[in-house]
Design a protein around this ligand. Structure first.
Ligand code: HAM
Length: 428
């Protein structure tokens, strides 16, 4: 019986695994140089943890299960609730600000499509305990720092930024009441992915008043921060969040990443816990789903039973990123090749044990080394050495009787006779 892989999952053969490792190694390197420390949590949590504040969309996509004691659990669709839980647990002893990163394996029962799967990896960067837009700028910088590192420039990607706080104030000025906001965010978040008439129909279902709907549509068409004031009179909260956005763009300029960033009032975010600056990262051509997204979530730790502590961060997935890198031809150029330091060949069966012994000594000296399982013809073994990308091939043969080995440089093809003991004594 042949069993296929589960829908929406990936098998990582060595070639795919090399890509995954290269992406994740890059995330980790950039996190560390930006001053973040790594953390992780369990792959499953209590189901209710994701029902508190993640929003309907994520709750509908949960992979849930019951343990033997009848407790309701779920595979994690994101790590932010786990982060909030972990930080709350040690809130008094953790030095602040907290700058943590993680690369969790996540699960969402989405409809599999280009860039969206049911199991994926996500780079998370979060700063907890800083109530300053400088922290929001810093997390955006980290994302761009990584993209620049891997060769994605301003022609390739764009960070679209807005503010939930500002949007809330503007929508309230239009007459939307507080408890309508969350439902409205979910529709506004989907707007760019929906045909106009579907969007308008969804709006009708939530907002009965036609004037209000027209005002919302007009507001969502604004394409600069300055234009907002032309569309609506700004109240104090709206003005403050507009000023905060202005300061954010100023800081991004200071950090040298302003060219990657634009204001986009259509960025609302699907998750329910965001409270301030929000952003999403897209391919410049807008052909793919979001590469990443994040923002400020100042109430989440409190909602999880902790104190009121401000927080900001992002998540960037590996799927769309991988597609984009492939499309731009940036993967093959940068992927490190599999490299073997030595391949150890033997001229015939009688030298096989000696070849095994040489290999193990090389490995114990921290070199990547392989040998041939069969004492096949030397040519075949050399082919194996070159298939495995070996830098050098050691040939064990009659020379061993005089305590010597043959070393072949696989790039130049040059062969050299070396002294067995001297070779191992000099190995670094
Ligand atoms: P999110 O917008 O749900 O945010 O996910 C962030 C990114 O994860 C997406 O832009 C996408 O690249 C990737 N992603 C999400 N779902 C899938 C999927 N089904 N398949 C492949 N990739 C996917 C969050 O998860 C927030 N917790 C991020 C955050 C951290 N906010 C603050 N801190």
């Amino acid at each position: 019986m042949k069993i296929p892989p589960v829908k929406g999952t990936r098998d990582f053969y060595p070639a795919e695994m090399a890509v995954r490792n290269w992406i994740i190694d890059g995330w980790k390197k950039v996190s560390v140089r930006n001053g973040f420390e790594e953390y992780d949590g369990p792959i499953f949590e209590y189901l209710k943890m994701f029902q508190i504040k993640s929003g309907d969309e994520i709750v509908e996509q949960l992979f849930s299960l019951q343990d033997r004691g009848g407790r309701d659990l779920a595979l994690r669709p994101e790590i932010t609730p786990t982060l909030a839980r972990m930080v709350n647990q040690r809130i008094n002893s953790l030095p602040k600000p907290i700058k943590w990163f993680s690369v969790p394996r996540l699960f969402r029962a989405e409809r599999p499509q280009k860039g969206r799967l049911r199991e994926f990896f996500q780079w998370n960067i979060d700063i907890i305990g800083v109530d300053d837009v400088l922290a929001d700028a810093e997390v955006i910088f980290c994302a761009v720092d990584y993209f620049r590192d891997i060769g994605l420039g301003t022609d390739d990607i764009v960070v679209k930024i807005s503010s939930r706080e500002m949007l809330a104030a503007l929508l309230q000025a239009i007459g939307i009441v507080e408890n309508e906001l969350e439902l409205l965010y979910a529709v506004l978040d989907k707007r760019s992915r929906l045909p106009d008439d579907t969007f308008e129909q969804m709006l009708v279902e939530r907002i009965a008043d036609e004037n209000k709907r027209e005002k919302i549509i007009e507001l969502m068409c604004v394409d600069s921060i300055e234009q907002i004031g032309d569309c609506l009179e700004l109240n104090k909260t709206a003005q403050e969040s507009v000023d905060e956005l202005g300061r954010l763009f100023e800081l991004l300029g200071v950090m040298g990443v302003g060219d990657y960033c634009v204001f986009d009032i259509g960025i609302v975010r699907g998750l329910a816990y965001y409270t301030g600056i929000v952003f999403e990262i897209y391919d410049k051509a807008s052909e793919l789903r979001a590469i990443g997204g994040g923002g400020r979530y100042d109430n989440l730790l409190k909602q999880f039973g902790g104190p009121a502590i401000p927080a900001t961060g992002f998540g960037i997935g590996d799927c769309v990123l991988g597609i984009l890198l492939e499309e731009k031809g940036l993967l093959q150029k940068q992927l490190p090749e599999r490299n073997l330091d030595y391949f150890v060949a033997c001229v015939d069966e009688s030298y096989k044990d000696a070849a095994v012994k040489v290999t193990m000594r090389l490995r114990s000296a921290c070199f990547a080394a392989n040998f041939s399982y069969k004492a096949a013809k030397l040519n075949k073994q050399l082919k194996q050495a070159s298939d495995q990308n070996a830098n050098k091939c050691i040939i064990v043969g009659d020379e061993l009787k005089e305590d010597k080995l043959v070393i072949k440089d696989m790039t130049t093809g040059e062969q050299e006779l070396i002294d067995f003991d001297k070779f191992f004594a000099e190995l670094k």
